[in-house]
Design a protein around this ligand. Structure first.
Ligand code: SF4
Ligand code: SF4
Length: 383
């Protein structure tokens, strides 16, 4: 087995970079049993953990980049080995050496784009709010009810701009006093952190935090579970605590308060896909379902792997920027599951999931069989 770094150095580095829990592993293999990779190809977290324990990690190979940080194996591990932290620790080493294997080669350019423009597409920072053109959206100012933070994908991606626009239309209907920060926003930094680029995460986070404080932000509405997770669980490491709410939760609040009224039936069979970073990582399972159940005419279908067992779309942990072979995409399986469940609409609440599921729907020639929608897009049609 070849290694780029000497054994002792790997063991010390893994410990120093937050992966010290590898030593608790007793090789039971439960992680491999639940890992979605083993539905599409062979992959062994158990083996990666064993190699890390003995300082034999091959940081120049693709395997350390494969984990999507879906959260499924940590919830099953009898020894609390913290597989996600361990993999991020190895990636921090690889990032330190500037080693990006095969399918994750794009991470280098993504890092450069995030550092200079604050988004992974290398789009001009100044155009960050162009999705809101013609919608008459105000710039956030202190005292407003909420800051809407749409995320990089909803700001720049043509498909996902529709999610940001639907959200704004709903906020306006509900007469919510809200604003956006446009070019003052940076990527939240969640995914680049999972690729091991801790310094860049800290830079993005600190700039966002400074902006939030300068603008007097107290409460943040997000479309992405990745922003939700980072603002709620990771930004507190900088001694700040902003109130964070996801659109699927806020929508339910607005419906319950009577601020949004459903005016039409939505006569559809809908399956809801739990995003990993809303569900497993943050226990938000009920509000999205309750929101959908509030729509007259909807028949809500549960998918075979739902809630705590939800099947990852494949885009977490930075994989949204990696090249994944077409036949190895978990989202292909998810689309098939939704069609088999009799759903005509696959609803979800995450820009990454929408990206993956839309792609699978087209690649698998299911464009006429099922639609993929964010919950806000469905609500926009019936209010
Ligand atoms: S589930 Fe935990 S203890 Fe079992 S092999 Fe995986 S990491 Fe090791
Ligand atoms: S966190 Fe998810 S993708 Fe990563 S190894 Fe565990 S089960 Fe597999």
């Amino acid at each position: 087995m070849e290694t780029l770094a000497p054994f002792k150095e790997v063991i010390d580095e893994v410990k120093e970079k937050g992966g010290q829990a590898v030593k608790f592993c007793y090789q039971c293999g439960k992680c491999d049993t639940v890992c979605p990779w083993n539905k599409v190809r062979k992959f062994s977290m158990r083996k990666l953990i064993r190699e890390a324990t003995f300082g034999l990690s091959e940081i120049e190979k693709e395997e350390i980049w494969r984990c999507t940080t879906c959260g499924k194996c940590p919830q099953r591990c009898p020894r609390d080995v913290k597989q996600i932290d361990d993999m991020v620790a190895l990636r921090r080493m690889a990032t330190g050496y500037g080693v990006y294997a095969g399918s994750v080669k794009p991470y280098r350019a993504i890092g450069t784009a995030l550092a200079s423009q604050g988004n992974p597409f290398n789009e001009d920072r100044k155009t960050r709010a162009s999705w809101a053109e013609g919608l008459n959206v105000k710039t956030y100012k202190e005292g407003m009810e909420i800051l809407y933070f749409p995320c990089c994908y909803c700001s720049y991606d043509p498909r996902l701009k529709k999610v940001a626009q639907a959200t704004v239309n709903l906020l306006k209907k509900a007469k919510v006093d809200f604003g956006i920060l446009g070019e003052k926003e940076n990527c939240c930094g969640e995914s680049i952190r999972k690729t091991g680029n801790e310094d860049l995460f800290k830079k993005l986070a600190k700039e966002n935090i400074k902006t939030f404080i300068d603008f007097g932000v107290k409460k943040i509405l997000v479309s992405s579970p990745h922003c939700y997770h980072t603002f709620k669980n990771e930004y507190p490491m900088f001694n700040v605590n902003f109130e964070v709410i996801h659109t699927s939760q806020f929508l339910l609040e607005l419906v319950k308060q009577g601020r949004i009224k459903v005016s039409k039936e939505y006569d559809q069979k809908i399956a809801y896909h739990d995003p990993c970073y809303l569900g497993r990582h943050n226990n938000v399972y009920d509000e999205p379902r309750e929101t959908l159940k509030n729509i007259p005419g909807v028949e809500l279908k549960e998918l075979p792997e739902a809630k705590e067992e939800s099947l990852c779309c494949g885009m977490g942990g930075g994989r949204v920027w990696a090249e994944t072979e077409k036949h190895e995409r978990f989202s292909n399986i998810r689309v098939e599951q939704a069609i088999d469940a009799g759903a005509k609409v696959l609803a979800t609440a995450c820009p990454y999931c929408i990206t993956a599921l839309e792609d699978s729907r087209l690649v698998m020639n299911h464009a006429d069989d099922i639609e993929v929608k964010d919950i806000t897009e469905i609500f926009q049609e019936i209010t």
